[in-house]
Design a protein around this ligand. Structure first.
Ligand SMILES: [Ca+2]
Ligand SMILES: [Ca+2]
Length: 192
C-alpha cells in the first residue's frame, strides 16, 4: 500500500514539473512574439499631438500611424495613461494613419499622457506613452505660468516688428501696443 502511494506521489511530482516546464516555454514564446525587434510585428509612428508639445486647448484631434509587416488588418485603441479608453477602431489597414477625437477641451498647462494598443490576428503591441500640454495663455509668452515682466521684455524685444511668434499675442502679424495692452490686462496673474 505504501509503495503504491509513493508511486502516485512521484508521478504527481513529475506531472507538476513537466507542466511547469511547458508553461514556462509558452511564456517565453509570447514574449518573443511581442518583441518589436522580432521579424514580423505591428508598430507605431508619428504620434499627434506630437510628443512633448503644446496643444491648442480646443483641438481634440489625436492620431497615430500604424504598420504591420504581415499587412494584416488591425484593431487599435487609444488610452489615457490611467488606462481609460478614449476611442477605438476595429478595422485599420496596414500603413495608415488612424485619427480620433478625444472629445476633451484641454486645461491650460495641464499635461496629458496617452498611448495606443494595436493588435492583429497574430501580433499585438503597445506604443510608448506620449504627452502634450494644454497651450499656455496667449499673454504668457514664455509659458512659465506667470504674466509678468519677462513677457513684457519679450514684447519689447520685438516691438514694432512683424512676427509670427507667440510675442504677437493678438495674432495680427505685428508686435505693438495692442499686444502690450493684452498682457497688461493680466499683469501679475499666477497660473501655477
Ligand atoms: Ca510668463
Ligand atoms: Ca499683435
Amino acid at each position: 500500500m505504501k509503495e503504491k502511494m509513493l508511486v502516485i506521489i512521484v508521478a504527481a511530482l513529475l506531472i507538476a514539473i513537466l507542466s511547469y516546464s511547458v508553461l514556462s516555454q509558452d511564456v517565453t514564446c509570447t514574449f518573443t512574439a511581442f518583441d518589436p525587434n522580432f521579424g514580423s510585428s505591428v508598430s507605431f509612428s508619428l504620434p499627434y499631438p506630437t510628443n512633448e508639445s503644446w496643444q491648442n486647448t480646443t483641438n481634440d484631434t489625436m492620431s497615430i500611424h500604424v504598420s504591420n509587416e504581415n499587412g494584416e488588418t488591425m484593431n487599435i485603441s487609444f488610452h489615457w495613461a490611467n488606462h481609460t479608453r478614449i476611442d477605438y477602431n476595429d478595422s485599420v489597414s496596414n500603413d495608415s494613419t488612424v485619427t480620433i477625437h478625444t472629445g476633451t477641451t484641454y486645461d491650460h498647462y495641464q499635461q496629458y499622457n496617452w498611448y495606443a494598443n494595436l493588435s492583429s490576428v497574430t501580433y499585438s503591441n503597445q506604443s510608448s506613452i506620449y504627452w502634450f500640454k494644454g497651450e499656455a495663455y496667449d499673454w504668457d509668452i514664455n509659458r512659465d505660468q506667470y504674466a509678468n515682466q519677462t513677457d513684457l521684455d519679450l514684447i519689447h524685444a520685438l516691438y514694432l516688428q512683424a512676427t509670427v511668434s507667440r510675442t504677437d499675442i493678438n495674432g495680427d502679424g505685428k508686435v505693438n501696443y495692442l499686444d502690450r495692452s493684452s498682457l497688461q490686462h493680466h499683469w501679475g496673474e499666477d497660473y501655477t
